[in-house]
Write a protein that binds this ligand. Structure first.
Ligand SMILES: [Zn+2]
Length: 497
């Protein structure tokens, strides 16, 4: 049933008074009354774990290697684009994990870190994709992580523990999510599932086209439901994908999966699509500057594909954001007058592989010939193009022998130490190896974008998406947990005042 325009305005107002908090409620109320229409398609893009420094460096890296800014940066130049900052805090901490972050978008309720749309007392929250499915909207999830991973799951699944990947894989089937593209084939395979269930056969029985290669995706007819899992676990880092001809042929890029999803969903009257650049987060956890830059660029190519779709289909809303900061990398001022910063940063282009692959080189060399300073020096030079000094190579070899424990315990791991070592050569420093409490950037363009303005709470997005399709629904919400600290509650009180 279609609501009259007057009833829509009234329900939006009611919704705002009861549902949203603080400054964002005012913006939403204004926008609801001003809105000149509702979107027919919604695309929500997430560069997972993208700190402000990641965005800035990736834009500068894009100029270095592509002679142009990020597509995301160009959005800020558009008169019709709306920008916001978003508080992504979870129920129990000002530092969110991906599961709680995606749940806030997917249910409008804050959950404890580690849970997907389930409150700590076990109550399940109705996910956004169920509500859109009830309105006959087709739904898509595209990611470079396992398709069952926290961020896509937050739109369409319920799990007290985000690690319940096998359960999440069955929930996508039960809920009939129309398009699923990413990694994580192991969770659909009877040989690796704990319950031995042949989930791919069950997907086929329900009419899904089950795909496992880039060529199958390219040639898939734009109809029916799609399940594409192209790797056992996550898709490779872009830097390693690009360097390996076999991988390039077998595994699609994020932009290729996104274009395929748009080709399939574009024929629907209405659709909502989530696109995640999930390995940006992994590269940040791993202090891996080169993998981070290339994966952020790969994400940007997917965004460009969505913006092109939006240009051709103007009733599309595109929202691009991240779910939290991670390890807060930044290009530091290096050398006299900071004049060394850019040449050091430019040498990221010479890095040949992710630190994940470099660490495998180290593992292989550990037995023979052994990780002497000279071997450390040559492995790093071969993998990254960085020429360690003798004292740097000796220092890392001592760390590997356990003789030089780091002072900052969070930086105790192999990749954190390698990242710190390479910071001398690439200019990129790191604040740690975990998520951060940063407020995150969000930009919206297209039909309904005006709602996404100002300082937003993560849960606002759920309510904005529902209001745009004229659905009035609220999941239960719990007060912030005591250990999450007084500052967040005080901040919300201040906004309300
Ligand atoms: Zn995340």
């Amino acid at each position: 049933m279609k609501l009259s325009r007057r009833r829509f305005a009234a329900s939006t107002g009611l919704f705002t008074l009861s549902g949203l908090t603080g400054a964002s409620a005012v913006h939403a109320a204004d926008a609801g009354l001003r809105s000149d229409g509702t979107p027919g398609r919604i695309i929500h893009l997430v560069s997972d774990g993208m700190s402000a420094g990641t965005f800035s460096c990736a834009d500068q890296f894009s100029w270095l290697v592509r002679k142009r800014p990020l597509a995301w940066t160009t959005l800020y130049e558009r008169a019709d684009a709306v920008a916001a900052l978003v508080n992504m805090r979870s129920l129990n901490s000002s530092v969110t994990d991906s599961a709680a972050a995606a749940s806030s978008w997917g249910s409008g309720s804050r959950v404890r870190n580690g849970s997907v749309n389930v409150l700590p007392d076990g109550r399940e929250l109705k996910p956004l994709y169920d509500l859109f499915g009830d309105k006959d909207w087709a739904r898509g999830l595209v990611t470079t992580t396992e398709i069952t991973h926290a961020t896509p799951a937050g739109f369409a699944a319920n799990a007290l523990d985000r690690g319940s990947a096998e359960l999440i894989a069955t929930q996508y089937l039960d809920r009939g999510i129309e398009v699923l593209l990413g990694g994580g084939e192991q969770f659909f395979d009877p040989a690796s599932r704990a319950d031995k269930r042949d989930l791919k056969a069950d997907y086929r029985a329900k009419g899904y086209r089950v795909m496992s290669s880039r060529s199958e995706l390219e040639s898939a007819p734009a109809s029916g439901r799609w399940l594409g899992t192209f790797t056992r676990s996550h898709l490779p880092y872009s830097i390693d994908h690009e360097a390996d001809e076999g991988l390039r042929k077998a595994v699609p890029t994020l932009a290729e999966m996104t274009r395929a999803a748009l080709r399939r969903l574009g024929g629907e009257r209405h659709f909502i699509l989530q696109v995640e650049g999930g390995r940006v987060d992994h590269a940040a956890h791993g202090s891996d500057a080169a993998a981070l830059m290339w994966d952020q660029l790969a994400f940007d190519d997917a965004l460009a594909a969505c913006l092109e779709f939006q240009r051709q289909t103007p009733d599309t809303l595109v929202v691009v954001t991240t779910d939290h900061g991670n390890s807060n990398p930044g290009l530091n001022g290096m050398g006299s007058g900071y004049a060394s910063s850019v040449p050091l940063f430019a040498s990221i282009k010479q890095v040949k592989k992710s630190l994940t692959l470099l660490q495998k080189d180290f593992s292989r060399a550990a037995d023979s010939p052994g990780l002497t300073p000279q071997v450390v020096k040559s492995l790093v030079l071969e993998g990254t193009g960085c020429e360690l000094t003798a004292s740097q190579a000796e220092g890392f070899a001592r760390y590997l022998e356990g003789q030089q424990p780091p002072l900052y315990a969070m930086m105790n791991g192999w990749s954190a130490q390698m990242g710190q070592l390479l910071a001398n050569h690439l200019g990129i420093g790191w604040s740690g190896t975990a998520h951060t409490s940063d407020y995150v950037p969000l930009v919206a363009v297209g039909r309904g974008a005006e709602r996404f303005r100002g300082f937003l709470q993560n849960t606002d997005l759920f309510h904005h998406y529902l209001a745009l399709v004229r659905v009035d629904y609220r999941n239960p919400e719990l007060p912030l947990m005591a250990e999450s600290g007084p500052s967040a509650a005080e901040a919300e009180g201040w906004l309300l005042a």
